[in-house]
Design a protein around this ligand. Structure first.
Ligand SMILES: Nc1nc2c(ncn2[C@@H]2O[C@H](COP(=O)(O)OP(=O)(O)OP(=O)(O)O)[C@@H](O)[C@H]2O)c(=O)[nH]1
Ligand SMILES: [Mg+2]
Length: 347
């Protein structure tokens, strides 16, 4: 049996706007699994849920992200590998702070496909929905979501769920197959210990393939190890490849050495460095707020800080510790309000 290509669907949107509830209503599975998430009624960690649709040619995988502004770094890590965004706006609250911020991030990450869900539609009347539809249309004008379906939905009553599912599948058909440079790269977005198996890392394969017995290197620390086992969709496989949500059981690596933001690669492929040359793109909203671009980096995302860069098209960041990156990798910077860029260039 040939395995289906994975379609990675990421949620995005303001806190409490109903992202996790919608994933649960669509799949029957709650993406919030931590006791603390259940207790506090909010998402803290990324949630991963597979939606099986036998008649669909792709395997849909949801990545549910937190909406709380404190967890934006986690949201970026989740959004970094998505094909389609399920962009959530609560009908009773409308466009809010993290609606805007998540949308900025999606644009910076160059997400190309998506649909817009007006959640909690049971809490408003038809006139309010129509008004919000107009506001949302203006908000996404000129962006990748211009013309995307805007669908009222209620996770409580189930109204609109079938339309959301159909629109996601249609958006998934517009996603082109990712380009494969051939060498293995897997940005780590989950680390856990499986009873009886040991340490496991998981993520979406960015390029190349991997099979049981292969040697890999975890960057930037250059931890060398061997793959003891490969899982795709929670099932044991001999191998996995491009675009697949994949879990790798590692040989003899302590979990405390691993974290989200690292990258598993074929050994010797990438040499970590302390300098990073990048092209900067400042958002209009950032520019008008008078921020510089030198803020905390949120690349995939491991939290080291570059030196201040000018608000220009090209920057060179120096890091205290070596980090790993590669050509074409996109990252986002965000931080506290700073003084405006100096007209004399960097200091
Ligand atoms: N009435 C109504 N309430 C909803 C609906 N969807 C979600 N809620 C409620 O809204 C609250 C927040 O829902 P969540 O799904 O946790 O929101 P979230 O966007 O995942 O929140 P974060 O992960 O913290 O960003 C919960 O109390 C839900 O029961 C809906 O369609 N109708
Ligand atoms: Mg949630």
């Amino acid at each position: 049996m040939t395995e289906k290509e994975h379609l990675i669907v990421g949620t995005a949107g303001h806190i409490d706007h109903g992202k996790s509830s919608l994933v649960k209503a669509l799949t029957g599975i709650d993406p919030d699994t931590l006791p603390e998430e259940k207790e506090r009624g909010l998402t803290i960690e990324l949630g991963f849920v597979f939606m099986d649709v036998p008649e669909y040619e792709k395997q849909i995988v949801f990545i549910d992200v937190p909406g709380h502004e404190k967890f934006v770094r986690t949201m970026v890590a989740g959004a970094s590998s998505i094909d389609v965004v399920l962009f959530i706006i609560a009908a009773d609250e409308g466009i809010s702070v993290q609606t805007r911020e998540h949308f900025d991030i999606l644009q910076l990450l160059r997400v190309k496909e998506g649909i817009i869900a007006l959640t909690k539609s049971d809490l408003v009347d038809a006139d309010q929905l129509e008004k919000l539809g107009g506001e949302v249309g203006a908000f996404v004008q000129g962006t990748f979501l211009e013309g995307a379906p805007v669908i009222p939905v209620s996770s409580l009553t189930g109204s609109g769920l079938a339309e959301i599912k159909a629109a996601l599948m249609a958006a998934g058909r517009c996603v082109c197959r990712r380009e494969d440079c051939g060498y293995f790269r897997l940005p780590v977005d989950r680390v856990f210990v499986m009873h009886g198996f040991g340490t496991v890392i998981a993520g979406t394969v960015l390029s190349g393939g991997i099979k049981t017995g292969d040697r890999i290197e975890i960057l930037p620390e250059r931890i060398e190890t061997k793959v003891r086992g490969v899982q795709v969709h929670k099932e044991k496989r001999d191998a996995s490849g491009l675009g697949k949500r994949t879990a790798l059981n590692l040989h003899d690596v302590d979990k405390t050495l691993l974290r989200r933001g690292q990258c598993a690669v074929a050994p010797g492929l990438i040499t970590p460095a302390t300098r990073l040359d990048a092209r900067l793109h400042l958002l209009n909203s950032t520019r008008s707020a008078g921020e510089t671009s030198s803020t905390s980096p949120r690349r995939g995302t491991n939290g080291s800080t570059p030196r201040r860069s000018p608000a220009s098209a090209v920057s060179r960041a120096r890091r205290k510790r070596p980090s790993s990156s590669f050509s074409g990798k996109r990252r986002t910077n965000r931080g506290p309000r700073r003084r405006p860029p100096s007209p004399y260039g960097p200091d």
